[in-house]
Design a protein around this ligand. Structure first.
Ligand SMILES: [Zn+2]
Length: 186
């Protein structure tokens, strides 16, 4: 079960990314759902006292694991899956570079790839299964999402997809793509 982000402390995209990352740390440390533990890590991440693991570490974990589907472990019919679909890159060249980079890629089998379709990994798993998202994918997604929002200047927005609530669906949002969708041109 995922802990709901406390509204009082988590009110922007930046906060929410750190909140999810704090839970990732808590899960690996063997304290899932431990509110006090998650909150203490969250505060440390937010103040900069604690840094998240480097992207290089994520790449090394992938390297060690070998070429298997990150979602189901299959070694058949693999291709690169973009955690946030490249089709969402919009017109911002900095966003395009990010979404086309290896930081946005994992190995996935044909079956998982087609189930995911044109959604980001959070949209695919949904809020109920959010902590079933493989740790490596979660770690890469959150770091990528941070850089995506940093590039767009949207880290401090309370609700980038403008659906009235700050949640996991705000993290993979590319503003130029969202505008196209809202205006019905996509
Ligand atoms: Zn698979």
């Amino acid at each position: 079960m995922a802990l709901k982000p406390p509204r009082k402390f988590v009110s922007t995209v930046r906060d929410l990314i750190f909140w999810f990352y704090a839970q990732l740390i808590a899960n690996s440390a063997g304290f899932p759902d431990n509110y006090a533990f998650v909150m203490s890590r969250y505060k440390k991440l937010k103040s900069g006292e604690m840094k998240w693991s480097s992207s290089i570490r994520d790449h090394l974990i992938e390297w060690d694991r070998g070429k298997v589907c990150v979602y189901c472990g299959s070694d058949k019919c693999l291709s690169l899956d973009h955690i946030i679909p490249v089709s969402r890159a919009g017109v911002d060249p900095r966003v395009k570079i990010l979404l086309e980079s290896l930081d946005n890629c994992v190995w996935a089998c044909r079956s998982c790839n087609s189930k995911k379709g044109d959604r980001d990994v959070f949209e695919w798993y949904g809020p109920e299964r959010v902590y079933e998202i493989p740790r490596l994918v979660m770690s890469k997604f959150l770091k990528l999402s941070y850089r995506l929002h940093e590039a767009q200047g949207t880290l401090d927005l309370p609700d980038p997809n403008m659906d009235g609530v700050l949640d996991i669906y705000d993290l993979g949002v590319v503003i130029t793509d969202l505008i196209l969708r809202k205006s019905g041109r996509k």
